[in-house]
Design a protein around this ligand. Structure first.
Ligand SMILES: Cc1cc2nc3c(=O)[nH]c(=O)nc-3n(C[C@H](O)[C@H](O)[C@H](O)COP(=O)(O)OP(=O)(O)OC[C@H]3O[C@@H](n4cnc5c(N)ncnc54)[C@H](O)[C@@H]3O)c2cc1C
Length: 425
């Protein structure tokens, strides 16, 4: 199609998760008037990595390019329509006594990336030992064995599913239409003409949706429609556990910073209104490889491996021991699309036309909800796109063990671990 595409172009966005809804929003705001979104579930979709109580919004990155983007996102989070869903509670980053060198080095790099940046001046406090951590965050009642790190006040969390839902409502106001559900929204295949032009998408109900431009925002599911992506994207899952606090237990936790002990895991302020506390343990994640070696998300996300449950309880014992034996009210795995270098992909699909991909979130894409779609608009309209996000020719390691600085442990296949076994405490 011509560049920039005419504003009347029919644009089909596949996936109404974090990147898809942001893309629809910015293209509609940028004047595109014929935008349709397909998703296999209503927003917020249970298959979206963004459908979660909350996500960390922070700007610490090894690469200053992402620090600047995340700072821009933090600014946008403080404006409509995002502001109601952003809580600027701050971000406590630590390692424990048992942390591998890699985690300690990664923390030191994070700290140096923000310490030297003017946007964080006055926002960072170094915390040399567990007592210093406790003085800053007195809600942490556990032993905090060997915890040391820093508190960054220029950060917080987003109420993730609520934010995506609200943005989808904004899209509707701007004239975007949504077709959702297993029949009318689930995309079964893309169709091309003999020149490689993508003609549109076929949904499970056998309806064919024509388009001038198809934008694939399917997150970890993207390679199922564009097999060439399997070489550069690995679907990987992490565990999430939720516990219920009472009002009396939650009140003292109000305003607690997001707590991330790099080698143990992280948790958030109890959800305002429901008092549900979300926790994730630190791990390298799981793949789900098929017979061809391609990792694809599992059909159900319910349940977590026993070892993740134990790891979440270890985190609780260190930080909030009063809740360490509390039953989970929900346990699930959450799928991301990892790239080798953790860079996103915003690119046209080679050897095709009228088809582009917005993916490769690598587990750090939610915070960018307010601005992802702006990058897509800039790529389409101005032809501008940072070199980091081009179509990648690098092949992923068979094991999926890319060397991501903030990850710990070894990637394993989810089929090799007992996901639904009961845990004895
Ligand atoms: C455990 C966990 C914790 C995370 N924590 C953070 C954090 O703290 N901060 C942060 O910034 N990021 C975090 N992330 C990453 C963040 O969630 C992702 O970067 C982001 O959600 C990716 O957005 P996406 O649009 O690419 O994919 P998704 O949000 O997953 O959207 C994909 C969409 O495609 C739809 N879909 C799939 N298949 C089909 C089909 N065949 N037809 C139609 N629709 C389909 C799905 O229903 C879904 O809505 C975390 C991720 C995980 C897993």
């Amino acid at each position: 199609m011509s560049h920039p595409p005419p504003q009347s172009s029919k644009i089909l966005i596949l996936g109404a998760g974090t990147f898809g809804v942001s893309t629809a929003y910015h293209l509609a705001k940028g004047g595109y008037s014929n935008i349709h979104v397909l998703d296999r579930a209503d927003v917020p979709s249970p298959y979206s990595a963004g459908t979660d109580l909350n996500k960390i919004v922070r700007a610490e990155y090894d690469n200053p390019f992402y620090t600047d983007l995340a700072l821009e996102a933090i600014q946008e989070w403080q404006k409509p329509p995002f502001a109601p869903y952003f809580q600027k509670t701050g971000y406590l980053v630590c390692t424990s006594a048992a942390a591998p060198e890699k985690s300690k080095n990664s923390l030191a790099e994070s700290l140096s990336s923000i310490s030297s940046h003017s946007a964080f001046s006055g926002s960072i406090t170094k915390l040399a030992d567990p007592d210093a951590v406790r003085r800053k965050v007195p809600q942490l009642t556990g032993p905090l064995t060997g915890w040391a790190g820093y508190l960054n006040k220029h950060a917080g969390y987003a109420q993730a599913a609520l934010a995506v839902e609200a943005l989808a409502r904004e899209c509707t106001k701007l004239g975007v239409t949504f077709n959702t559900g297993e029949q009318k929204g689930r995309v079964a295949e893309l169709r091309y003409d003999s020149s490689g032009k993508c003609l549109g998408a076929l949904t499970a109900d056998q309806s064919f949706h024509t388009a001038d431009l198809v934008i694939v925002c399917l997150g970890a599911h993207a390679a199922s429609l564009i097999p060439q992506l399997a070489k550069q994207l690995t679907a990987k899952a992490w565990a999430v556990g939720l516990i219920q606090l009472t009002e009396e237990e939650a009140v003292p936790m109000r305003g607690i910073p997001v707590v991330n002990c790099r080698d143990l895991g992280f948790f958030f302020e109890p959800e305002p209104g429901t008092n549900v506390l979300k926790l994730c343990n630190a791990s390298a994640g799981y793949t789900n490889r098929n017979a061809y070696g391609v990792s694809i998300p599992t059909e159900t996300n319910e349940g977590i491996p026993e070892e993740d449950e134990l790891a979440i309880r270890r985190l609780l014992r260190e930080a909030l021991p009063q809740f360490a034996d509390r039953p989970f009210v929900e346990k699930k795995i959450c799928w991301c699309a990892d790239t080798k270098d953790s860079d996103y992909i915003i690119a046209s699909v080679p050897q095709t036309s009228g088809l582009m991909v917005v993916s490769g979130d690598s587990g750090h894409g939610f915070k960018m909800l307010p601005i992802v779609g702006k990058w897509v608009w800039e790529f389409l309209v101005k032809g501008k796109r940072p070199e980091w996000w081009q179509w990648k020719n690098q092949e992923l390691d068979e094991t999926g063990e890319e060397d991501i600085s903030w990850r710990v442990g070894t990637v394993r296949d989810i089929k090799d671990v007992g996901r639904f076994r009961a845990v004895k405490i």
